[in-house]
Design a protein around this ligand. Sequence first.
Ligand code: 5GP
Ligand code: MG
Length: 175
Amino acid sequence: MEDPEKTLLFGPEAVSARVGEMAQAIRDNHPREDILFVGILKGSFIFLADLIREIGHPCQVDFARIASYGSGTVSSGRLNISLDISMPVAGRTVILVDDIVDSGLTLHEYKRVLQTKQPRSLEIAALIDKTGRRNQQVELDYYGFRIEEGFLVGYGLDCDEQYRSLPGIYELKIV
Ligand code: 5GP
Ligand code: MG
């Protein structure tokens, strides 16, 4: 049924295929390495769950809760780490996983925080690279989809805690 509020951008099959390709790229770069994935809550939880099952070899997972957004759709410009990881990072192969990179503030700042814990390597995997409002440079080692603008929901991404359980990725029209 047509929904006037949202438009499908990437359906479940496209998402699953792309996540598989990202996992392959990670495997190619880190054959037989024991990777620690650090997911940024809450938006990354579905992407991360699918990604690690595609990786196919043992890995570990930890989470951080970081917000640069309030309840609206515009970045507040400040970083609030309300939950930090608890697993040791020193000497580990670490991949930071987020749902979407917008201004770049969250990943730019949190990557610096993790870097001080001296991982062996530290890369970033983001499901969506939203380029139009970037103001902090972030190097994405792996990304799923690239868009210019728009507010996306589904596959873990929310708008005021709604839509996370949708299997595809949608653009919300009225925000
Ligand atoms: P940044 O710090 O890069 O500006 O913002 C990153 C965070 O803002 C993402 O992890 C995500 O939680 C949120 N965000 C940015 N753009 C969108 C979007 O289009 N949809 C949703 N649901 N969240 C977004
Ligand atoms: Mg987020």
